[in-house]
Design a protein around this ligand. Structure first.
Ligand SMILES: NC(=O)c1ccc[n+]([C@@H]2O[C@H](COP(=O)([O-])OP(=O)(O)OC[C@H]3O[C@@H](n4cnc5c(N)ncnc54)[C@H](O)[C@@H]3O)[C@@H](O)[C@H]2O)c1
Ligand SMILES: *[C@@H]1O[C@H](CO)[C@@H](O)[C@H](O)[C@H]1NC(C)=O
Ligand SMILES: *[C@@H]1O[C@H](CO)[C@@H](O)[C@H](O)[C@H]1NC(C)=O
Length: 331
């Protein structure tokens, strides 16, 4: 900033375009020449008289997408929830991290600084969910964003005939009932304000069958259904309800699964195995990709989007390849 100054760029007779620019002195001449030749209109530079007002103008332009918003994120002590909490705070939000894992949650909140607060919350306990929402209201007077992200993986026999129904109930309790409880209590405080954005983490395993074992897959199909059912009612109160369906990401959740499946290799190899199942060449699915999707859906940029399942999978669930044999392989 030392070498730059604020200038008012005024282009005369070109649809009354007026631009305020912050440019370094060395670039000023270049910009003037470029615009002058291309548009053949009169350009005049004048040093802004009220530098402070331009500072203010620029700072509003670079404001975060969630300035002055309050978000509650379940399962935010690690993985996708933590990445999203970080992104939300960097965009000006206050975030309440609600997680069953107290020590990790407190560490995460400390790491994210004063705009993050931890509250212990087991999403299977309705009173915990209710308390977390009330905590947001007592601390910040409002709740703008509720992100129902907490979820667990499960390992159960692959065939339906061997299905462990006790485990099924446990997974449904967290992945489905926990989401419904979150929406119920968020709606309780959002309806009177007539605004709000509710998010949930579904999964590609809730978009098509065969991607995970039945219990987990069924729980995520349910999340996508919950979003549509609730969007139908909450639209009447100005509340948007959406979900995000991530592809496999090497969070602690998935790495735990990998270490059970491949106990003979190290964590780095587990990460590699997860990344290798992606279809989009040159990039891997990361928690930050989900945080970006959540930021978009939570922000006013998505003000007319509700009932959506935003699939972040590099195209994985959109196609299958028909691999016909090459002609020379067919006799
Ligand atoms: N990682 C992936 O590949 C992937 C893909 C698709 C969807 N998801 C979903 O993303 C969400 C987040 O998973 P992640 O990958 O970040 O995993 P993670 O294990 O890193 O984070 C999950 C968090 O949820 C918390 N949690 C677990 N049970 C809870 C409960 N009863 N109440 C409150 N908090 C609880 C955990 O303590 C943990 O901090 C889950 O819903 C998961 O199903 C993950
Ligand atoms: C530029 O300024 C000159 C002299 O003031 C004027 O004659 C001309 O019309 C202006 N051109 C444009 C594109 O406004
Ligand atoms: C926390 O929020 C305040 C007010 O919005 C902001 O000024 C500050 O930079 C934020 N702190 C961090 C560490 O993000």
């Amino acid at each position: 900033m030392d070498d730059s100054s604020f200038w008012e760029l005024e282009i005369v007779n070109c649809n009354t375009l007026r631009v305020f620019v912050c440019i370094s002195a060395t670039f000023r001449q270049k910009i003037m020449l470029r615009l002058g030749f291309r548009n053949s209109c009169n350009i005049s530079f004048s040093r802004a008289l009220f530098t402070e007002s331009f500072h203010r103008l620029l700072s509003t332009q670079t404001r975060g997408k969630l300035e002055d918003k309050v978000a509650l994120i379940t399962g935010a002590a690690s993985g996708i929830g933590k990445a999203t909490a970080t992104k939300f705070i960097n965009n000006g939000a206050k975030v309440i991290i609600a997680d069953i894992h107290q020590q990790l949650g407190e560490e995460t909140a400390k790491e994210l600084g004063p705009n993050a607060t931890f509250i212990t919350c087991d999403v299977t306990q309705e009173s915990d969910v209710s308390n977390a929402v009330d905590f947001a209201i007592s601390k910040y007077k409002q709740l703008d964003i509720m992100y129902n992200n907490a979820g667990i993986a499960c390992r159960s026999p692959l065939s339906i005939v061997d299905l462990d129904l006790a485990l099924f109930d446990k997974v449904m309790d967290i992945n489905v009932r926990g989401v419904v409880a979150g929406i119920k209590h968020a709606a309780r405080v959002m309806i009177p304000r007539g605004t709000g954005s509710i998010l949930c983490t579904a999964s590609i395993t809730g978009v098509m069958g065969g991607v995970a074992q039945h219990t987990y897959s069924i729980s995520k199909f349910a999340v996508i259904g919950i979003v549509k059912s609730l969007a139908s009612e909450l639209c009447r109160h100005g509340i948007r309800v959406n979900c995000i369906s991530p592809f496999a990401i090497p969070t602690p959740f998935v790495l735990g699964e990998m270490s059970q499946m491949y106990p003979h290799v190290d964590a780095q190899k587990h990460v590699e195995i997860v990344h290798n199942v992606g279809v989009l060449k040159g990039v891997n699915c990361e928690s930050n990709d989900i945080a970006n999707a959540a930021l978009f859906l939570a922000s006013d940029n998505a003000k007319y989007i509700s009932g959506l399942n935003l699939v972040v999978d590099g195209g994985f669930t959109s196609f299958k390849n028909l691999d016909f044999l090459a002609p020379d392989k067919v006799q």
